[in-house]
Write a protein that binds this ligand. Structure first.
Ligand code: ZN
Length: 243
């Protein structure tokens, strides 16, 4: 399923975060500081950013760190081993990004009232090939995990990288191939790295220095700065509304 080609050059790994433009939900954006063109030089690392005509990012300036707390809906998991694996690997994946120290921290919470997003297991997704999916800062939703993450042995082995990839989306990163294969406009910071954790080359990808340096460059840019023709817009986390 995720381990074989499908006859063209589209990688088979299926992350649903970019499954299509969704209307922004949740919180209002911080007003962007208008019109400051960014430097055209961002070093030799590259990340893809931008979604739905803006470049959404978390606000690390008015309050630092900007902490994003996730709440695992344990009742959605049908297997205690898979739940434990998820708990452990989310901590590992979160630590990778937290250690980059751009001012955004992922942290687990067992208090649903203090969660900025939920982690849920979806046993019957729309498509059986889906592996996981999250959201961008302007489009807060859920961190969803689908059956192949646990049931396909090859994918299960790579789960910490899957989770790292999904946290990368939550930080505002697009797929490495977004510019050529996804309709929603994106722009790049830095140079290409096919083995980026944000690529679909799921057997060779890794949490790369280029991912870390690219994220640092991205979060060091001014709010409102343009990359290409679209501007960075900062968002503040809000708690998940219940009921
Ligand atoms: Zn993805």
């Amino acid at each position: 399923m995720a381990s074989h080609g499908d006859g063209n050059d589209t990688p088979v790994y299926v992350c649903t975060t970019q499954k299509g433009p969704r209307p922004p939900v949740g919180h209002l954006p911080l007003s962007a500081i208008p019109g400051e063109p960014s430097s055209t030089h961002h070093g030799s690392h590259r990340v893809m950013v931008g979604s739905q005509g803006i470049i959404p990012r978390w606000d690390v300036r008015t309050s630092r760190p900007c902490t994003l707390q996730y709440y695992i809906q344990t009742g959605t998991f049908d297997n205690p081993d898979n739940l434990k694996l998820t708990q452990d690997l989310l901590v590992k994946a979160a630590k990778r990004w937290n250690d980059v120290d751009v001012g955004v921290i992922f942290a687990a919470t067992t208090d649903a009232a203090k969660a900025h997003f939920d982690v849920v297991y979806i046993p019957n997704p729309e498509k059986p090939t889906w592996i996981a999916g999250t959201f961008f800062p302007n489009d807060v939703d859920r961190f969803e995990i689908y059956p192949p993450s646990f049931n396909d042995p090859d994918i299960r082995k790579q789960l910490v990288n899957t989770f790292t990839h999904e946290f990368g989306h939550i930080l505002g990163l697009r797929h490495e191939f977004a510019a050529t294969k996804e309709a929603d406009p994106s722009v790049q910071i830095g140079v290409m790295n096919p083995n980026s954790i944000m690529s679909y080359e799921w057997k060779t990808r890794s949490f790369s220095q280029s991912d870390q340096d690219g994220l640092k460059t991205f979060y060091a840019m001014n709010p409102g700065a343009f990359v290409g023709k679209i501007a960075i817009q900062d968002y503040k986390p809000v708690f998940v509304k219940r009921g």
